[in-house]
Design a protein around this ligand. Structure first.
Ligand code: SF4
Length: 203
């Protein structure tokens, strides 16, 4: 999908938000994908396929109630952002300009609403927030998740100071694994490992 806005000063050494998400799922994903060059066969994964489908459709289903509920004064869709300073790049589903003068990322999830926010989703929003804040020189204090499988339920995610630390550290950890080529100690949970495409390689 073509970005509506593009801030594409792509840094020489950088990672994508997707790479950071893979690291957060399991650091060994980073090792297998980036150091050994063994791709994850995500085309076989139902949720990823459905996620892509939703991604393609979401502009059409994006509800007007956003403007009323959270005082959106402007928005941009599929915004590519890159930062040499943050060593990070990626596409944000939506960048929202809010009436209080702050900006916010909005991310669609092919998921049902849960009464908690997954750490990976929080960090994803934080990484987007860092890019948005730098690109538009404006404060970003919260993000939004839309749960497509719960009738587009909209959830606000206020950022805590430590969230930004966690997000920056994830970027640095991915770069460290790539540059050092060292096999990470940390492993996924038993449930993750049982469903992991790398389980036959991972000792
Ligand atoms: S098998 Fe487990 S530890 Fe190994 S890469 Fe997969 S999730 Fe991570």
């Amino acid at each position: 999908m073509k970005s509506e806005l593009c801030f594409s000063e792509t840094p020489a050494v950088s990672i994508t938000i997707t790479q950071a998400m893979a690291y957060l799922f399991c650091p060994r994903f980073t090792y297998f994908e980036e150091c050994l060059g063994i791709p994850e066969h995500e085309e076989t994964r139902f949720k990823v396929l459905m996620g892509r489908e939703v991604h393609a459709r979401k502009i059409k289903i994006n509800p007007d109630y956003l403007r009323k509920r959270i005082n959106v004064v402007r928005k941009a869709v599929s915004v590519y952002l890159a930062s040499p300073t943050l060593q990070l790049r990626g596409i944000v589903d939506e960048v929202l300009w809010l009436a209080d003068g702050t900006l916010a990322p909005l991310e669609y999830k092919f998921a049902e609403y849960r009464p908690f926010v997954f750490g990976t989703h929080r960090t994803q929003l934080c990484l987007q927030a860092l890019l948005i804040s730098e690109a538009f020189a404006a404060p970003v204090t919260r993000g939004y998740l839309v749960y497509v499988r719960s009738k587009n339920f909209l959830r606000e995610v206020p950022f805590r100071p430590n969230d930004f630390h966690t997000a920056r550290r994830a970027v640095q950890e991915v770069l460290r694994i790539i540059q050092s080529g060292r096999f990470p100690r940390q492993r996924g949970t038993a449930a993750q490992c049982a469903d992991c495409c790398y389980r036959n390689l991972c000792v």
